[in-house]
Every structure is written in C-alpha cells, then in structure tokens.
Design a protein around this ligand. Sequence first.
Ligand SMILES: *[C@@H]1O[C@H](CO)[C@@H](O)[C@H](O)[C@H]1NC(C)=O
Ligand SMILES: [Zn+2]
Length: 386
Amino acid sequence: MKLTVALLSLFLVASAVVNGEETEELPLAELCDPEICKLPNCRCSSTQIPGGLAPRDTPQFVMSTFDDNVNIINIETYREMLYDRKNSNGCPAGATFYISHEYTNYRAVNELYNNGFEIALHSITHRTPQTFWAEATKEDMRKEFADQRVQMAHFANIPLTAIQGIRMPFLQLAGNASFEVLKENDMLYDCSWPTRNFINPGIWPYTLHYASNQDCPIPPCPTASIPGPWILPMIGWIDQMGFHCSMADACFAPPSVNDENAWFEFITENFERHYKGNRAPFGIFFHEGYFRFNPAVRNAVTRFLNVVNNLPDAFMVNSRDVIEWVKSPVPVNEYKRQPCRQNVPTNCPFSSCGPLRATHTEEQFWMQICNVCPRVYPWYGNPLGV
Ligand SMILES: *[C@@H]1O[C@H](CO)[C@@H](O)[C@H](O)[C@H]1NC(C)=O
Ligand SMILES: [Zn+2]
C-alpha cells in the first residue's frame, strides 16, 4: 500500500515536469508564525522593528532611488546631487538606480557603479500597455529581468552578483511570476509594492515564505509561498490633501513646484513620520526629469539630503543594504562602527556602437558600452544583440 502511494506520487511529480514547470502549482502561502519564520532568511510581514530593537536604537535608513534609463543628461544631475556625499559615520552615501534598457548609456551605468551606487533592474522593454505586466508569465519575467541582469553585467562591465534588485514598470506586479524569477536567479529583493495601510507605523521588509498581510493597491500580488526573495515595501508619502503617493514625483497635491521651502517642509514632514515612529526605511522615490524641470524641488531634496548626512542615526544607503541590515539587525551604535561597504571598481573599455538596427522599431540606435559592439540593438529575447 505504502509502495503504491510512493509510486503514484513519483508518477505525479514526473508528469508535472513533463508538462513543463509553468503548469506546476505553487503551494499557497499560509499564515505566518513569527516563532517559525525567523531571521536571517525568513520574516513575516510586519511593522515590528527587526531584532526587537527600540526605535531610538534603530538606524533610520533613507533610500534615494531613480527609475528608467541612465543617459548623458540625467547622469549630470546624479553627479551633482549624489557623488561624494558621506553619512555621519564617514561611509559613502548610497542611492539605487532601477534602470530600463532602452536609450541607456552603459558607460554612465559603469560610472554610477564605480561611485558605489546600486545598479538594479527596471526591465528591458518597459513596454505599454500596463496590462502586459499584470498578465506577465514567468517566461516573460525571465526575458525582462533575468535576461536584463545578464545584459546589464555585460554592457556595463559589472559583476552579475552586484545586481540584486528589481522594480516593475508602473509598479505593476505580476502575481507570483516576478518573485519566482527572483528566486530562481538567487536575487535578493523587489521594490515595487506600494502600501497605503502600513505607512504609520511603516511596514518593514519581509519574505514570501508565508502569506503577506500587506495591502495590494496594484493587483495581482503574490499569494504563493516563494521562499527566498525579500519584499522592500514602497512606503509612500502623504500629500497636502492627505492622499498617498508611492512615488514622490507623482503626488496629487504636492506643494508648488516653485516653492523650495514648502518642498523642504513637505519632505521633512514625511521623513519625521518614520524617524519619530518605528523607523521603517524612508524612501525618496523620484524620476530625474522631475528635478530637471523643477529646480526648486531639486534644491529642496538636496537640502534634505544634507540634513540626513548630518544626523547621527540616519543613513543614506543602497536599497540592498537595508535588506542586509534587516537580515542581521544590530543597534545603531554598533552599525555606525561597522566598516563601510567596499566597492571594487571595474574598467570600461571604450566602445561607441552604431548605427544598430532594432527589431522593435524602425529606429537605429547608438550605444555607449564597456564591451564589444553587439550586431543588432539588444532587445527582448536577444538581450546581448547577437
Ligand atoms: C499564485 O500562486 C497561488 C498558489 O499556487 C495561486 O493560487 C494564485 O492564483 C497565483 N497567483 C496568480 C496571479 O497567478
Ligand atoms: Zn519606469
């Protein structure tokens, strides 16, 4: 009898493989028990501070992030606003770039990497309509993100393992699919999932071993148990009419874009909700264009970052550093004494390539890269342009 059951289950497993892994049912995530789900590799979704620390002993992380392509125009802003900044502990300040491929200058990406910033993924195509992402399969997500990771490492000449995070275009989640792809590529985290219900107190990063209790403003959200990748929730800001904004440049009722002082106050108020609360990581999520067109906003953010860099218990870091801290939380006094993150610079042999024929448009492309020129413009399904 036992043997029959064993044989039968063997047969079932085998047939699932034959039918292809896409048809395999993932186990549904169950209720999270913090007694079972423990650091460093498992954490229930919760507003509790990791390690049971008191707020005053918790480092206030500040995550400054920028989305979309990196080019010779926006790199100027990044150079002026971010380079050579230091936190109060003497370590270089971080920021994260969620980069989409089209029009990206990979020499500029190499420069960002060599200046210690985090290079992360925002897809190869960033295509419309948004429903593509809502309905995306695991195979689509492999082609947009796993392939992009290889592409980024190749053209910017940076280590594959330096690339650990993704943000979905339009913050549109694809159910379980993107997280399965993170897991199968051993990637660390996703930073695409906004919340309205867990702003105050803020929700801390967690894993998907068990069911998330985070609200799902842009469905579908993952409901399967997917052990491995971390969720770095996007705790947005609250604007002047009380509306929630996931990205700081997409608020419904922000202060006037010409009023630097009002913007400085606006950022500070949002920051203080975290700093004087449970110190959940504070996000400054922008697109560079908003700064270029609104210099007063840019000045306000710069002033705010100067304030952060002088606070003894707040730190501007790369987003992946936040996850590393959550995995093994230490009190702020100990954190401050830790050695700074080390970055091994990589070179960028000069290549200016083009005109390159594209398969998705009639346009011809030029590419600035740190590798040999591709044959055609790299794209979905052909990330290296061979
Ligand atoms: C995610 O996986 C769970 C468990 O297999 C399943 O019930 C759910 O429908 C999946 N979500 C999507 C959007 O496919
Ligand atoms: Zn985008």
